[in-house]
Design a protein around this ligand. Structure first.
Ligand code: NDP
Ligand code: MG
Length: 386
């Protein structure tokens, strides 16, 4: 019998986390869960602990620890805060760490897991975007595999299949989000419920708002740049409302490879967990006759200024991507709390970036990134109050 792969999931109570556990449940002979975490949903975390019996669980705040201890199976180690996440990510028995928390909060656990040489399955994009060159060089130094879960990057990873030097261009596809066919002058009149209802994917709130502003696609340009070492100018965004082609890679000889599948995150999760092997399908298969046609169009950068902001940060480099991520996270939070109109999200990010003094040195430290993150959040929060 082959040894089971041991998996830790940071953010197990979210959309990606729940899907990851669904995949694992269907392949219980291949995987064993060793660590789980949530921010505040201790009810679901405790249920997951009973179902999967991890060695350790972690929760966002210390004040939740005692309640969680009473709810998990006896003997489960209960941790909290950033220290807890990092301990779970670095646990010596763990083979693969799934990063399924949204935002840059998982930057330190990601870095520490990489330093321990763990394979990291990245759903989270913000940590990599904010500290791309640093994370990449640490992964190389410690021979830690980085396997994308984000559907577009999983598609690109599968198409490239290790041949990065032959790539001439990446086509990053996106369904266009809930505002694709809504005129710009209606954006601020739409309810938050409408903004949060993505036509193709059921996701957490932060990424749903990012999909509406198209910052999600912007962050994905940076994610692709760092994961695959392709220049920003060679990454083209294509709107593809059918969400069947999850991205494409053009090679130096003009051949283009696409990865296609139904829009179901369990597939890229299953791929990342099983890599380098492929497991039997747990998602529906494609029916090309039913699909009929696949369409592609250019994104509207006037309606969706976040795309241009992300491109500018990608070409500036330095600490600009960290400032972009942090400003976006704060502006989205303000929008979700009902404190700003939808159109202010892009305005606030633009303002923060225009005030940002970019640190452009070859080897940025974690401190440089965290200082920028803190500064950009404060700046964004003060703009949200205006
Ligand atoms: P969700 O909001 O659904 O889940 C987030 C998870 O992280 C929850 O378990 C939540 O705990 C936990 N969490 C949130 N904030 C903190 C914090 N400060 N400290 C510790 N834990 C925290 O997000 P998604 O699953 O949708 O997205 C996760 C990541 O994956 C994002 O970076 C997103 O961009 C990326 N992604 C998601 C896709 C999707 O289909 N959902 C697709 C591609 C990428 P609690 O439940 O207690 O709040
Ligand atoms: Mg994506």
């Amino acid at each position: 019998m082959t040894k089971k792969k041991t998996v830790a999931i940071l953010g197990s109570t979210g959309s990606i986390g729940i899907n990851t556990l669904n995949v694992i449940r269907q392949s219980a002979d291949r995987f064993r869960v060793v660590g789980l975490s949530a921010d505040s949903n201790i009810g679901l975390l405790a249920k997951q602990a009973h179902d999967f019996r991890p060695k350790a669980v972690s929760v966002g705040r210390k004040s939740l620890v005692n309640r969680l201890k009473k709810a998990v199976p006896p003997g489960t180690l209960v941790l909290d805060g950033l220290g807890g996440l990092t301990e779970i990510a670095c646990e010596k028995d763990t083979d693969i760490v799934v990063l399924a928390i949204s935002g840059t909060v998982c930057l330190i656990p990601l870095i520490e897991a990489i330093k321990k040489g763990k394979a990291v399955a990245l759903a989270n994009k913000e940590a990599l975007v904010s500290a791309g060159p640093l994370v990449k060089s640490l992964a190389q130094k410690h021979r830690a595999a980085m396997i994308p879960i984000d559907s577009e990057h999983s598609a690109i990873f599968q198409c490239i299949n290790g041949k990065v030097s032959d790539v001439s261009k990446i086509y990053l596809t996106g369904s266009g989000g809930p505002l694709l066919d809504v005129p710009l002058n209606r954006f601020d009149r739409l309810s938050r419920k409408f903004i949060l209802r993505h036509p193709r994917w059921r996701m957490g709130k932060k990424i749903s708002v990012d999909s509406a502003t198209m910052m999600n696609k912007g962050l994905e340009i940076l994610e692709a740049k760092y994961l695959f070492g392709v220049a920003e100018k060679d990454i083209e965004v294509l709107i593809h409302p059918e969400a069947i082609v999850h991205s494409m890679v053009e090679f130096v000889d003009g051949s283009v490879l696409a990865q296609m599948a139904v829009a179901d995150m369990r597939l890229p999760i299953q791929y990342a967990l099983n890599f380098p092997l492929r497991a039997r399908a747990i998602v529906e298969r494609l029916d090309f006759i039913k699909i009929g046609a696949l369409t592609f169009r250019k994104p509207d950068e006037v309606k969706f200024p976040c795309l241009g902001l992300a491109r500018a940060a990608a070409s500036s480099g330095g600490t600009a991507p960290a400032a972009l991520c942090a400003a976006d996270e704060e502006a989205v939070k303000c929008y979700l709390d009902g404190n700003i109109k939808f159109s202010r999200i892009a305005e606030i990010i633009e303002k923060v970036l225009s005030r940002h003094r970019n640190v452009k040195i070859d080897a940025l430290s974690v401190k440089d990134i965290l200082d920028t993150d803190r500064w950009a959040r404060e700046e964004a929060r003060s703009l949200c109050c205006l």
